[in-house]
Design a protein around this ligand. Structure first.
Ligand code: GDP
Length: 295
C-alpha cells in the first residue's frame, strides 16, 4: 500500500529539505508535486485540494521552529496534515448492556463475510470477548455457509439462519439468543449487491433500525480507489455508519481510499483488511499510516 505515493512524496520532500529556507516559490513547486502524487494515488479531488491548501497556509505562515531545518518543518506539516485528513483513531464503542451488536454493510465482494470472521477473532483474542456471528444475507445460501465455516475457524458461536427467513427476524432472534447465553458481542453480516440500489438500502435501513447496533461498519474494497469514498458516502447518507473497514489494503498500491474516506464521509476508518486470512486485520492508526506514507 502507498508504494507509489511514498516514492513520489519522498522525492519531492527530499528536494525541499535541502533548501536553506522555505519560500513561496519552493513551497509552491513542492505542493504542485504533492498534488500530482496524491491525484495519481487516486485520492478524491476535494481531499487533494483541501490538503494542499492547508499545507500551504501552514508552511507560508509559520515561524520556522528553531530545532528543525525549514525542509524538516515542511515535512512535519505534511505529516500532521496526512494524520488530520485521516482523522484520529476511534476504537470500537461496545459499551452498554450486552450483547453489543456490530452490523456490517457494503457491496457484494467487498469482504464483509471475511471481515466478520476477522473481527470475531480480533475481539476474542485481543479484547477477550465472547462472540456470536449471524448472517442476515437471505439471498445467497453460499454466504451463510461461508460464514458458518469461518465461524468454525475462529471459534465463534454461529447462529444458524436460512434463506426463507426475514433478515430482521434473524437478527433479533440471534441477539435474544446471545443475551440468554451471556455472549458479549453479536456480529451481523448482511446482504450486499453489486451496486448501490434502493431495495438494498431499504432493507438494510430497516434491519439497522430494528437492531440499533452499537457499531454499523461499512466494509469497502480499497482497490476501488476514490469510488470507495463515494460508495461510503452513499451508505453513510442512508445508514448511521459509525466507521469503515477498508479491505484489500494489501493489494492496493495507490492508497487513495485510505486518504479520502474520512474527509468525504466524516466517518473514521477503524480497521484495515490486509489479507485473506482471518488474522489479516489491523487497527487503523492515522499517525502510523502517515509515517508509512512518508516512508
Ligand atoms: P462479501 O461478499 O462482502 O461478504 O465478501 P467476502 O468476504 O466473501 O470476500 C470477497 C473476496 O475478497 C474473498 O475472496 C476474500 O478472501 C477476499 N478478501 C476479503 N478481505 C480481503 C483482504 O483484506 N485482502 C485480500 N487480499 N482479500 C480479501
Amino acid at each position: 500500500m502507498f508504494d507509489n505515493l511514498t516514492d513520489r512524496l519522498s522525492g519531492s520532500l527530499r528536494k525541499i529539505s535541502g533548501q536553506a529556507k522555505l519560500t513561496e516559490n519552493n513551497i509552491s513547486e513542492t505542493l504542485r508535486e504533492v498534488r500530482m502524487a496524491l491525484l495519481e494515488a487516486d485520492v478524491a479531488l476535494p481531499v487533494v485540494k483541501a490538503f494542499v491548501e492547508n499545507v500551504r497556509q501552514k508552511a507560508v505562515g509559520q515561524e520556522v521552529m528553531r530545532s528543525l531545518s525549514p525542509g524538516q518543518a515542511f515535512i512535519k506539516i505534511v505529516q500532521s496534515e496526512l494524520e488530520a485528513v485521516m482523522g484520529a483513531a476511534e476504537p470500537l464503542e461496545l459499551s452498554g448492556k450486552p450483547p453489543a451488536v456490530i452490523m456490517m454493510a457494503g457491496l457484494q465482494g467487498a469482504g464483509k463475510t471475511t471481515s466478520v470472521a476477522k473481527l470475531a477473532r480480533y475481539l476474542k483474542e485481543r479484547e477477550k470477548k465472547s462472540v456470536m456471528v449471524v448472517s442476515a444475507d437471505v439471498y445467497r445460501p453460499a454466504a451463510i455457509n461461508q460464514l458458518e465455516t469461518l465461524a468454525g475457524e475462529v471459534d465463534a458461536s454461529f447462529y444458524p439462519s436460512s434463506t426463507d427467513q426475514d433478515p430482521v427476524t434473524i437478527a433479533n432472534n440471534a441477539v435474544d439468543d446471545a443475551r440468554r447465553r451471556f455472549i458479549d458481542v453479536v456480529i451481523v453480516d448482511t446482504a450486499g449487491r453489486m451496486h448501490v440500489d434502493e431495495g438494498m438500502m431499504d432493507e438494510i435501513g430497516r434491519l439497522n433500525k430494528a437492531v440499533s447496533p452499537n457499531e454499523t461498519l461499512f466494509v469497502v474494497d480499497a482497490m476501488s480507489g476514490q469510488d470507495a469514498a463515494n460508495t461510503a458516502k452513499a451508505f453513510s447518507d442512508a445508514l448511521p455508519l459509525s466507521g469503515v473497514i477498508l479491505t484489500k489494503a494489501d493489494g492496493d498500491a495507490r492508497g487513495g481510499a485510505a486518504l479520502s474516506v474520512r474527509h468525504i464521509t466524516g466517518r473514521p476508518i477503524k480497521f484495515l483488511g490486509v489479507g485473506e486470512k482471518t488474522d489479516a486485520l489491523e487497527v487503523f492508526h492515522s499517525d502510523r499510516i502517515a509515517s508509512r506514507i512518508l516512508g
